[in-house]
Design a protein around this ligand. Structure first.
Ligand code: PLP
Length: 404
């Protein structure tokens, strides 16, 4: 037998394992020091009460034969899909029908699994810096080619992002088939304007390409002019799949629930991608848990919406604390206005892993080095706004006094 050799091509170290290794080493050498986490993008506030109440009731449903739920629909419960269509799309003037929505156990799985729909020979385009799942899942599927010494894969088209283009990539001159876009962006925290998204939709339509639009952070958008969904752009239903998550919106990182929209109008090679995804999910996925989906539905109740908003406001206030401290110190940065991430460049510091080490050892703050997201991330550091407000203020004070 032969294994999938593509796994052998992947470098062993995943960014967050390397960070954990360095943090563990620091802790062994300095057990007395309390570190502040500004690194991994996990939420810290508890779940909204409305979600807890809905899930508690769902647990009790499972205790009674009359209300017990076994296998649910692979696509997710219709009641939750109706709520999503109504609240996340219709309310923003977008017509997405419940049968175009597929509930999942999170955006990470969907981002990776969607590759099943596409041939191995397609050219994949990703932003650099990039959420690593887009790249690694395509390498596993055989779309990577070979890894070069700069950390890039020979068959992947990297869309360079830098301070010069505001970390929103320019439309490439060459042809890409599958384009991963993520706005608001992880790691840079930047958003794409309506015109920028329109240019991508036009490019995809004229090249028969498909955009995989990851909007896991759409709930953090505060600027009214910024689209929350790619489907706010005309023509997107003919060329884009959208992936969303309850993780950061509603604190579901430990619960696991997200959804993917595959419009019926999206056809390639004479086939409906919606029908292909339905076939794929029906074969390889048995639906998200009933209890978790009840919790997700409660996000759309009046009290759920209010509590979710309060939590997001708390995190965005942290983002403001970080942004104003960096601004006052004259340190240039991106993000923080429509996203829970701040992406800053340290003056006089070109190596982001070296800066990560200094921040860990001298400021006792755990961050994420930009180079871990791709070569264009070199020199940058990602901070997250998902922490505690007091600790966030203290951490950014220490960072500023170290690097200024
Ligand atoms: N997409 C992006 C851009 C993310 O940053 C993350 C999580 O950090 C995910 C997807 C994963 O979301 P989920 O928890 O729903 O799998």
């Amino acid at each position: 037998m032969k294994i999938n050799e593509n796994f052998q091509k992947l470098p062993a170290g995943y960014l967050f394992s390397e960070i954990s290794r360095r943090v563990a080493e620091f802790r062994t050498n300095h057990p007395e020091v309390k570190l502040i986490h500004m690194g991994i993008g996990d939420v810290t506030l508890p779940l909204p009460n409305a979600v807890i109440e809905a899930m508690s009731k769902a647990v009790l449903d499972m205790a009674d034969a009359q209300t017990f739920h076994g296998y649910g629909p692979e696509q997710g419960y219709a009641s939750l899909r109706d709520l999503i269509a109504e609240n996340d799309y219709k309310a923003r003037g977008v017509d997405i029908t419940p049968d175009e929505i597929f509930i999942s156990d999170g955006a990470k799985s969907d981002c990776a699994n969607l590759g099943d729909l596409f041939d191995v020979d397609n050219i994949v385009a990703v932003c650099d810096p990039v959420y690593p799942v887009y790249v690694d899942s395509n390498v596993m599927a055989g779309r990577g080619g070979e890894l070069d010494e700069t950390g890039k894969w020979s068959n992947i088209l990297y869309l360079n992002c830098s301070a010069d283009n505001g970390f929103v990539p320019a439309i490439p001159e060459s042809k890409a088939d599958l384009i991963y876009l993520c706005f608001p962006n992880n790691p840079t925290g930047v958003v794409a304007s309506r015109d920028q998204l329109k240019a991508w939709v036009d490019y995809a339509l004229s090249n028969q390409a498909v955009i995989l639009f990851d909007s896991a952070y759409e709930a953090f958008i505060t600027d009214e002019s910024i689209p929350h969904s790619i489907y706010e752009i005309e023509g997107a239903k003919e060329c884009a799949i959208e992936i969303r998550s309850f993780s950061k919106t509603a604190g579901f990182t430990g619960m696991r629930c997200g959804y993917t929209v595959v419009p019926k109008a999206l056809k390639r090679g004479g086939a409906s991608l919606r029908d292909m995804w339905n076939r794929r999910q029906s074969t390889k996925f048995n639906g998200a848990s009933y209890i978790i989906q009840c919790g997700a539905a409660a996000v759309y109740s009046d009290s759920g919406k209010r509590e979710v908003r309060e939590n997001i406001d708390y995190y965005m206030n942290n983002a403001k604390i970080i942004a104003s401290a960096l601004k006052a110190a004259g340190i240039s940065f991106f993000g923080g206005e429509n996203a829970p991430y701040i992406w800053f460049k340290a003056p006089n510091e070109a190596d982001s892993w070296a800066l990560f080490d200094r921040l860990l050892n001298e400021a006792n703050v755990i961050t994420t080095p930009g180079a871990g997201f791709g070569p264009c991330g070199e020199g940058y550091i990602r901070l997250t706004a998902f922490g505690n407000a007091t600790e966030t203020a203290e951490a950014v004070k220490r960072i500023v006094s170290l690097i200024q």
